[in-house]
Ligand binder design. Structure first.
Ligand SMILES: Cc1cc2nc3c(=O)[nH]c(=O)nc-3n(C[C@H](O)[C@H](O)[C@H](O)COP(=O)(O)O)c2cc1C
Length: 165
């Protein structure tokens, strides 16, 4: 069974979450491709797609949301899971909390999952650093890779079930 794990990531922390999902599925025997969302031309070679993105300003990265929009019908015809990577305390008043819930619904995702991300001010541009300074959230790497692996294993188990039923 061929699975695509596609991700929108700016500074790499979500890409590592995607890689962990990919590795966990591979170790369950699935044939998995890992790709930046921007590089995906078609989802039709895949039986299942796991699409995720970092959240910035309440929005998915543009490449991930564009993939969901442009391939909506093909995604709806497949088993799809979605995930977001974000920080609960980086929320500006008035912005959407996480547009991914709507995206997940629009492509018929079986589940949408949020994972904690990482925030390293050293990596940010000036504007981003100013925003983070103003919001003053906890800084550091809050990713829980054991949790990510567990989720991926559950996805794998559901996929296997779907394949036999
Ligand atoms: C400028 C900026 C805005 C952010 N906005 C949000 C947000 O609205 N919601 C959220 O949950 N996380 C937000 N985050 C946290 C990022 O999603 C988190 O750092 C994530 O791990 C980044 O992923 P990446 O390294 O793959 O780009 C923001 C981070 C920055 C630097």
């Amino acid at each position: 069974m061929k699975v695509l794990v596609a991700v929108g990531s700016k500074y790499g922390s979500s890409r590592e979450v995607a890689r962990t999902i990919c590795d966990a599925l591979e170790s369950q025997g699935f044939d998995v491709d890992l790709s930046d969302a921007a590089d995906v031309r078609s989802v039709t070679p895949y039986n299942a797609v796991i699409l995720g993105s970092a959240v910035y300003g309440g929005l998915w990265r543009r490449d991930a949301s564009a993939l969901a929009k442009e391939h909506r019908e093909a995604l709806k015809a497949r088993d799809v899971w979605t995930f977001s990577v974000g920080m609960e305390n980086v929320v500006v008043a008035g912005q959407p909390k996480d547009e991914a819930y709507g995206i997940a619904e629009s492509i018929g995702a079986r589940e949408h999952r949020r994972f904690a991300g990482a925030l390293d001010p050293e990596k940010l541009n000036i504007g981003e650093r100013a925003l983070i300074r103003a919001l003053d959230p906890p800084l550091g790497d809050f990713r829980d890779f054991a949790d990510v692996r567990m989720w991926a294993q559950n996805v794998g188990a559901e996929l296997r079930e779907a394949a036999v039923s």
